[in-house]
Design a binder for this molecule. Structure first.
Ligand code: FPP
Length: 255
């Protein structure tokens, strides 16, 4: 039975009416490109890192909400392989965010039965970032609630090229026949090999592109965009995205 959900606010792109979200038909995996932190800060005459700090609070709200409504996987694009091009102070700040986030929020994640995972080239991250994230992964390993998957130093092309290298190497060693290469085998060489594919992609800030995020995995996902900058995103907009998803017809190429 559809349940009325209380979080909708009267904001651009939301309805002031309660949405009739059907909790039996939620997307299982939601992926989010959290964009617009810099512009949000600039509009307030603040440094870009102030936008990232505010963005971190929104991550907490959204994770709580995703866990409360029973999503299976939430993947957040926290740092791309291209983000190293940013000024050093901003990169340093972004690398400290997971540390701050987990320092303050790990007990709640544990209590909520959330399991922390990452995708991306993890080994080149600063030691303090790796340490905090590894601790969170370790301490939530046995949880079986929401999978909170941080894309950290993630780039989809890099991921796919690596998959090709792994497959080529197996062929070269004689472990694999080229005839056996198929979509499942390719997927099994990606960071996301143990995850279900995203059903819904959300991107904030008005940009409508993928920016090297989960190019393979999003093949059949529904896309949902909002003009709202990430620091202004909230449970009401999240709910609106889920509601719109429920009103789309997914045909997977069929009729
Ligand atoms: C894009 O906005 C945002 C990022 C590159 C970083 C996203 C990170 C967070 C929201 C915080 C993550 C929190 C944890 C716990 C890891 P932008 O800086 O490109 O914004 P702009 O397009 O307006 O410049």
């Amino acid at each position: 039975m559809p349940i009325k959900f209380p979080f909708t606010k009267n904001k651009k792109q939301t309805s002031s009416q309660p949405l009739g979200l059907d909790f039996n038909h939620l997307p299982e995996h939601v992926a989010i490109i959290m964009d617009g932190n810099g512009r949000w800060a600039k509009n307030r005459g603040m440094p870009r890192i102030a936008g990232h700090k505010e963005g971190m609070s929104v991550v907490k709200k959204v994770v709580r909400h995703a866990s409360d409504i029973g999503l299976k996987v939430l993947t957040l694009y926290a740092f791309s392989t291209e983000n190293w091009k940013r000024p050093k102070n901003e990169v340093d700040f972004l690398m400290k965010l997971p540390v701050d986030f987990l320092n303050t929020y790990l007990p709640e994640l544990i209590e909520k039965n959330v399991q922390v995972q990452t995708i991306g080239d993890f080994e080149v991250l600063p030691q303090h970032t790796q340490k905090a994230v590894n601790e969170a992964i370790e301490r939530t390993r046995d949880n079986d609630g929401l999978v909170l998957n941080f894309a950290l130093n993630y780039g989809s092309r890099f991921e796919m090229v690596n998959a090709v290298k792994q497959i080529a190497s197996k062929v070269k060693q004689g472990e694999l026949n080229p005839e056996e290469i198929n979509e499942d085998l390719f997927s099994s060489e990606l960071y996301t090999k143990d995850l279900i594919e995203p059903d819904l992609l959300i991107r904030t800030s008005g940009e409508q592109r993928l920016s090297n995020f989960l190019l393979w995995q999003l093949a059949y996902a529904e896309f949902w965009f909002t003009e709202v900058y990430w620091p202004d995103f909230d449970e009401g907009l999240f709910e609106k995205a889920l509601y719109d998803y429920q009103n789309r017809k997914r045909r997977y190429g069929g009729v």
